[in-house]
Design a protein around this ligand. Structure first.
Ligand code: DNO
Length: 348
């Protein structure tokens, strides 16, 4: 298991120097953030990113994300052009030694929350999803903005996209997904890269848009479309685990056991009726069986990448919601501690 941390580039208030001091941190997960979705990333930008990370003593083997253009998800006329650019990105990232690319297939919006700084009883704050608040949100206002969302959409673009998605139901989205991964997995295989799809977060439809990567049956379907180690999963236990239907330990055993999990996002959630609050990684603070998760990965001989996902903001830290330094650092030590404890019990 390789412990990594997401790093948002030079503008990230959490510097590489700080990440490097976290015991066990071997690398960072990053991306080129300012190239519009659908375009190829310039080789010199990729090389510069790699150099910055390696000069700080860390590895750059995981990219999160190479975003998928909406025309690919919608199956529109220009999708082949965008797929060709996507393939080119895979080749370019493979050239510099990237081993894993995380991506998602969520229509229009990435992860969704209703409050980015919900104050918890201990005075820290965390991201939450409250279904009652979601009902009051207007996705077409052009005023909603969350850290994972493409900020380039204007009001008109959103209306146009929603209209286009009114003709795309779940089956159509699956068809478009299959078209996409059949085109990219062979390129990833040649480039020595494992694609790792991120589940939908949360794993249910939002704002009337379809969401398909939500449960075990969906993950089975993803893997069966192209049966290759380069067609893999990002096991994001917080995304999957906030729905009762998903047992994260079972999913970890199954898919890591098949060696189809190149990347794990580890975070804990406290389930609430129809929603959740993000919680500290420590199992007692949330609903997820984190020791069971790590044991399942250990038992499967997991050698892939893991990163602590969304932390709370603690000790007065401010910054990118979910991506402060302190709580993610604490989380990583808990995860590594669990791993070492399992190893010790196995006598290794
Ligand atoms: C949230 C992240 C997601 C993830 C994308 C992958 O913190 O886990 O935004 O990066 O969904 O494409």
């Amino acid at each position: 298991m390789k412990m990594t941390f997401r790093w948002y580039g030079e503008d990230d208030p959490v510097t590489l120097e700080k990440l490097r001091q976290i015991p066990g941190a071997t690398g960072v997960v990053s991306a080129i953030y300012d190239v519009p979705v659908g375009q190829a990333w310039p080789r010199e930008r990729i090389a510069a990113l790699k150099k910055t990370i390696e000069d700080a003593g860390l590895e750059f083997e995981v990219v999160e994300s190479v975003p998928v253009h909406e025309d690919i998800k919608l199956g529109r006329g220009k999708r082949d052009e965008y797929i060709a650019n996507y393939q080119e990105n895979i080749r370019r990232l493979g050239e510099v030694g990237v081993k894993c690319i995380c991506y998602n297939f969520m229509p229009v919006f990435d992860w969704t929350r209703t409050d980015l700084a919900h104050v918890l009883p201990d005075g820290s704050n965390a991201l939450i999803y409250d279904p009652e608040q979601v009902k009051k949100m207007n996705p077409l206002s052009g005023e909603l903005s969350l850290p994972g969302w493409d900020a380039s959409y204007k009001k008109e673009d959103l209306q146009e996209l929603f209209d286009a998605y009114s003709h795309v139901d779940e089956e159509k989205l699956w068809e478009n997904f299959a078209y996409f991964i059949k085109a990219i997995v062979p390129v990833a295989e040649k480039a020595g890269i494992r694609m790792a799809i991120h589940p939908d977060d949360p794993p249910w439809p939002i704002f009337g848009l379809p969401r398909i990567i939500t449960c075990e049956a969906a993950l089975d379907r993803v893997l069966s479309i192209v049966d290759s180690p380069s067609n893999g999963l990002t096991l994001c236990v917080g995304s999957l685990g906030c729905a009762d239907k998903n047992d994260i330990v079972k999913l970890a055993k199954k898919y890591a056991g098949m060696d189809r999990v190149p990347f794990v996002h580890a975070r804990n959630v406290l389930k609430t009726p129809g929603g959740f609050q993000e919680a500290a990684h420590y199992a007692a603070k949330g609903s997820l069986d984190m020791p069971g998760l790590i044991k399942a990965l250990y038992d499967c001989g997991f050698t892939g990448y893991i990163r602590p996902d969304h932390g709370r903001m603690i000790w007065g830290e401010t910054g990118k919601p979910g991506y402060g330094l302190y709580d993610r650092a604490l989380g990583s030590q808990y995860l590594l501690g669990l791993w070492d404890a399992v190893a010790a019990m196995e006598g290794k």
